[in-house]
Design a protein around this ligand. Structure first.
Ligand code: VGL
Ligand code: ZN
Length: 198
């Protein structure tokens, strides 16, 4: 039995043929559906960017995808255009059983700042509202799964642990982008922060 399940960004653009396809991204869908069926509370996140979002390489003249740039809040990887609000790429994977979700939280909608974590934008200060929601519902034990393990799942889990939640990540229900060893770094970071890897 899972107390509160947070399903991160299982969206078309992170799956096969998507704009920012995570290798084997679709393969989590079956596993995630099974976990959702046994969750007490269910929250989904959705990466949700305007076209002019500054995490897109296309909005930085001369830049290529996967370059990095300095933003006021720190270093930012520049991504291919992805999860543009309202497009098919931003929609959940068609086989994901979303109907039981209590809450869908969208993130990354401010043009000037990216948001990997479900809790805070990449300045680590601007809240998404999820912490307030969980607090007011008294939900303290979180299981996090989804895409991508080494970005949005990672930062969500680190923030949750820092906020005092009891956090488990089920790695087999996640897949990584794995940019320059980011998967290994994510595993190490999660272990160090007291997140349970199941
Ligand atoms: C993500 C890169 C850019 C993710 C979102 O969901 O992990 N990664 N936007
Ligand atoms: Zn994004």
């Amino acid at each position: 039995m899972i107390d509160t399940l947070i399903v991160v960004d299982v969206q078309n653009d992170f799956c096969r043929d998507g704009a920012l396809a995570v290798p084997e991204g679709d393969q989590v869908v079956g596993r995630v559906n099974a976990l959702m069926a046994e969750a007490g509370s269910l929250i989904l996140t959705q990466d949700w960017h305007p076209e002019e979002h500054l995490s897109f390489a296309s909005n930085h003249p001369g830049a290529a995808a996967y370059d990095t740039t300095d933003m006021p809040y720190g270093q930012q990887i520049l991504w291919p255009d992805h999860c543009i609000s309202g497009t098919r790429g931003a929609a959940f994977h068609p086989d994901l059983k979303t109907d039981r979700a209590d809450l869908i939280i969208r993130k990354g909608f401010r043009p000037q700042i990216d948001s990997y974590s479900a809790f805070f934008e990449n300045d680590h200060k601007t809240p998404t509202g999820l912490h307030g929601y969980l607090q007011t519902r008294g939900l303290k034990t979180l299981t996090i799964v989804g895409l991508a393990f080494d970005f949005c799942v990672l930062y969500s889990a680190l923030d949750a642990a820092a906020l005092g939640y009891d956090v488990t990540v089920i790695e087999e229900a996640c897949r990584s982008i794995d940019l320059d060893g980011s998967r290994e770094a994510a595993l190490a970071g999660l272990r160090k922060s007291g997140v349970t890897l199941a």
